[in-house]
Design a protein around this ligand. Structure first.
Ligand code: IPM
Ligand code: MG
Length: 358
């Protein structure tokens, strides 16, 4: 029997509540499957750790999780600590050195959930957004000088490398090819950004030659927001830069009914380092500790985790259990307009896993 080593990093805010629920559900699905188990190590890193130690994770933090098979992450963000410190000190401090360059964000309208788009029920909205996750606008290149003077200057340089763009394009074309419609939209802004975004477009055209069976088109990011709302059925797989995809994936999550259900995989496709799975929603301090956080985003992220580990049967079983539970409004948390608690949704998903047929 395979025993997977799972690193659980709850982080801040509702992260603790949803990661605890996610671990329970992963253990339940492993028990139901019978072919694998999880050995879970929990790492209490984040805002509270920062207040005690002056950093978000220990200096050797990455070494502590480097040999795990996967990471389940909650959220980073703390009301008393600037956001750029919590982000760069934990989430990006893991994603970037572990070269998790492909951030994958599926979006669907799950059964029982209402999209704010009229006439969209299920099939009309089935997307996967691939977010470049290692460079671009999040490269961390830039600086700030003459602080406090009237000449104060600050720059954030969006940095794009040929290998970085080639690998994300190839990843996106391959993912598009694996889906029934074989359809990819490359998001760009090469009308205004005439260096890196022009290279981005050129590399997309080059890589496309390797995938003659994939239909692809190019779309400016501003026009893409309109297309997502006006013609959701015309979209399947999407690839975009770090910042463009960050923004588009929030729109996608909202159009699918709630940010509370949206999942993410931060993948290191070469498997040199562990990959990390997390709900898209943040730490949500306004509802922290109330027991009403929606755990579905973490459960769906756990489906992606199981797929990455090659446990496809278990992944499908968990996805089915999630859909069975969302179909019943009784199990909707307040973000979906219901009154269910995190525990109630978690118990329902575990019951559905237990009852699921082969
Ligand atoms: C996301 C989030 C993060 C990001 C925040 C928390 C910094 O919005 O995962 O989409 O911008 O990458
Ligand atoms: Mg975001």
């Amino acid at each position: 029997m395979t025993a997977f080593k799972l690193a659980a990093i709850p982080g801040d805010g509702i992260g603790a509540e949803v990661v605890a629920a996610g671990v329970e559900v992963l253990e339940a699905v492993a028990r139901r499957d019978g072919g694998f188990t999880f050995r879970v190590d929990e790492f209490a890193w984040g805002g509270e750790y920062y207040k005690a130690h002056g950093r978000m994770m220990p200096e050797d933090g990455r070494a502590q999780i480097q040999n795990h098979d996967a990471i389940l992450f909650g959220s980073a963000g703390h009301p008393e600590i600037p956001d750029h410190i919590t982000l760069w000190g934990l989430r990006l401090a893991i994603c970037q050195p572990f070269d998790q360059y492909a951030n994958v964000r599926p979006t669907r309208v799950l059964p029982g959930i209402t999209s704010p788009l009229r006439h969209v029920h299920g099939k009309e909205l089935d997307w996967v957004i691939v977010r470049e996750n290692s460079e671009g606008e999040y490269a961390g290149v830039g600086g700030r000088v003459h602080q406090g003077s009237s000449l104060e200057t600050a720059t954030d340089v969006a940095m794009f490398t040929r290998p970085g763009v080639e690998r994300i394009m190839r990843f996106a074309f391959e993912l598009a090819r694996s889906r029934p419609r074989k359809l990819l939209t490359v998001v760009t802004k090469s009308n205004a950004q005439r260096h890196a975004m022009v290279m981005w477009d050129e590399i997309a055209t080059e890589v496309a030659q390797e995938f003659p069976d994939v239909t692809w088109d190019r779309m400016l990011v501003d026009a893409m927001t309109m297309r997502m709302v006006a013609k959701p059925q015309s979209i399947d797989t999407v690839v975009a830069t770090n910042l463009h995809a960050d923004i588009l994936s929030d729109l996608a999550a909202a159009l699918s009914g709630s940010l509370g259900i949206a999942p993410t995989a931060n993948l290191n496709p070469e498997r040199t380092f562990p990959s990390m799975f997390e709900p898209i929603h943040g730490s949500a301090f306004d509802i922290m500790g109330q027991g009403i956080a929606n755990p579905i985003g973490t459960f769906w992220s756990s489906v992606l985790l199981l797929e990455h580990l090659g446990e496809d049967t278990a992944a499908q079983r968990l996805m089915k259990a999630i859909e069975q539970v969302t179909a019943d409004p009784e199990f909707h948390t307040p973000d979906l307009g219901g009154e269910a608690t995190t525990v109630k949704v978690t118990e329902a998903v575990i019951a559905a896993i237990r009852g699921a047929n082969e």
